[in-house]
Write a protein that binds this ligand. Structure first.
Ligand code: HPA
Length: 263
């Protein structure tokens, strides 16, 4: 907080954004950004994953003041799932009212091919891990119905339709990683009602709801789930597929964020 207030005096963002693989282009759409490396921010994650930046960007997108985290902490990096707690608490105390999350994900549906965009309507916390373990008080028993805010989702779908951009809706399953899934796990996830699978987002959504932030989340589909196609899965493959759709994804997201009606 002290560092942020010194670098951007009086700046009060209303929207926090977390950028995952393939979404880094959004940062380029921030006007007059102040960039602060995570290394200067106590409690912010030190990036260990290629393709994930490590900077907080403060500036404007369209009509809104935003705080954009380029890079996040994943559960698979250390085993702890509360690595985003301090950053999200910091962004909340700066003034943020909502959290926009992005990620790269594998698809479980033939009609959701690589390079599609999916609006997350709900999630499956497959590892059944929570960043709230250890919290006291009754606030820790957070309701997760409509965790992905229906009003914000409706706005995102409307903006995508106006732009002629296809935005699917679906359920995101959190797989702990860092290994990719087996084909049997992918078949199980599809049976359980998931549409896409990835290794992030769910802990942050739980934290955000605990902190009283509304959540909007989008997945960029980079591959079919293991066994659903001939593709060889790897992190390099995820990044190269993400790069192909990154321009259109960032452009849609900037439009959605810039025009969000918050009240
Ligand atoms: N599985 C898990 N995480 C992912 C995938 C996947 O297939 N693709 C991108 N992130």
């Amino acid at each position: 907080m002290v560092v942020i207030k010194a670098r951007a005096p009086g700046f009060r963002p209303r929207i926090a954004v977390v950028l995952g693989s393939g979404w880094g282009g959004l940062a380029e759409r921030i006007s007059n950004p102040v960039r602060i490396p995570y290394a200067e921010l106590p409690g912010f994650p030190q990036a260990t994953v290629a393709g994930h930046g490590g900077e907080l960007w403060l500036g404007h997108i369209g009509g809104h003041a935003v705080a954009v985290m380029s890079g996040r902490k994943h559960g698979y990096e250390t085993g702890a799932v509360d690595g985003m707690k301090l950053p999200l608490q910091t962004l909340k105390s700066l003034g943020c009212e909502l959290l926009v999350q992005t990620n790269a994900a594998g698809s479980l549906r033939a009609d959701l091919p690589p390079q599609s965009l999916m609006l997350i309507t709900d999630h499956i916390n497959l590892p059944q891990r929570s960043p709230l373990v250890g919290e006291g008080g009754s606030e820790r028993f957070v309701a997760m119905v409509d965790a992905y805010d229906p009003g914000l989702r409706a706005q995102a779908l409307a903006r995508a339709a106006e732009q002629g951009c296809s935005l699917h809706s679906g359920v995101y399953a959190w797989a702990f990683g860092p290994q990719f899934e087996t084909p049997a796990e992918i078949r199980m996830l599809a049976l359980l009602g998931a549409d896409a699978v990835g290794m992030s987002t769910v802990p942050e959504t739980i934290l955000a709801r605990y902190l009283g932030l509304r959540v909007l989340a989008l997945s960029l589909i980079t591959n079919m789930g293991a066994g659903l196609s001939q593709e060889q899965l790897s992190h390099a493959h995820t990044l190269s597929q993400a790069a192909l759709a990154s321009h259109s994804a960032s452009s849609l997201l900037a439009h959605i964020i810039g025009t969000l009606v918050l009240d």
